[in-house]
Design a protein around this ligand. Sequence first.
Ligand code: ATP
Length: 429
Amino acid sequence: NVKGHLRSRLPHRLVTVLEEAGQLADRCEVPLFVVGGCVRDLLLGIENLDLDLVVEGDGIAFAQKLGEALRARVKVHERFGTAILLLRDGFRLDVATARTEYYEYPTALPTVEQSSIKKDLYRRDFTINALAVRLNGKGFGDVFDFYGGQRDLNDKVIRVLHGLSFVEDPTRVFRAIRFESRFGFRLGKDTAALIAGAVKMNLFRRLSGHRLLEELKLLLSERKPKQAIKRLAELNLLKFIHPKLSWSDRLDKLLAALEEAVDWYRLLYLDRKMEVWLVYMMGLLEMLPERAVKDAFKRFPFSEQEAGRLKMARVGCHNVIRRLASKRPIKPADVYHLLSGLSDETLLILMAKSKGETVKRHVSAFLTTYQHVRPILTGSDLKAMGLKPGPQFKRILDQLLDARLNEEVKTELEEMDLVKRLAALKTDR
Ligand code: ATP
């Protein structure tokens, strides 16, 4: 029983929600459980507030009653027998009907049928993700472990539940490596053999680009993608991203440099959102010849913006690096103009791809300083000085920013002088 863990490791508010849900389940006479990643992390002592509830019975009807009791917003997905509860203080609960899934054919979306918690857990990916904790009043906190999940958590092993697991869903192979790398676990012997079998049988060919990309995004968003990618290589899986992709010294070095750049960025901007996976995808594509990159763009449904950034990283970067690394002195305003149109993801691959410290120093100065620089005078100040909005007005503002970046002007007075000079220059001509 993990009642103590629930109470000490989850925020008080969530414990109250779970207790209330358990009492409601008693009144509705349905067994209720919290399952999956949250239970795994609860036992590992890792914070995870994504609570997945499973009801042995009508999950949607239960979710609606719970929504009323908690005064939460309820979004229902009839087709899957699931609902999402959005609590007023920002927490979110997923509620599902315990179900069995049948696969009409491998890699198809499963056909779903209501069932027991035991069967519900059997359709899951790994033993460590197939644990449930009971929430009903009597037995609150009881662990349901039908498949040896607690033993595998202790032994630090990733194990599938049955021999056809990867045939049913080959994306689980990528999930296995993700969890292995995240927790520092290793694949069980049988599971490793099943992966080798899946590779031999070429199961991944049937996977849609969409599903594979979704898994890759998750894998490449983990803390240490280099290790996970190396593992994909060891298991002969890189070829399913592209047949020409393989492990090399060059990839090893680039990924190490990327991890360094990403860690640096994370320290710098704790609050800024960046698509980390995209940075590593840029790194992988860097290893491929042009033709193969074209294939990758056909296979994976990147958004327009993602595709633009990936292409920029591949072709645009060389010029920028060459300019930044040049021996000739380069002014801050020039660095600013070279880098200001690039995404943060592109800036990081640029840092990682460049040899020596010069480029890194420029990118770092751009990110920490130049991109935030503004002149003291604004457009309204220029208007107040008698300038009329128009192309010249814009040019003067740009030149003012450049002068400020290059520290040619420092005070408001110096800026006004410059504006006057620039305006006079123009009218003189
Ligand atoms: P994370 O911490 O990365 O979110 P998670 O275990 O919570 O990990 P989710 O993708 O949110 O992962 O999935 C929730 C649960 O659903 C998993 O714990 C697992 O039991 C089950 N699950 C998810 N994907 C699959 C899959 N492809 N095959 C079988 N079960 C899956």
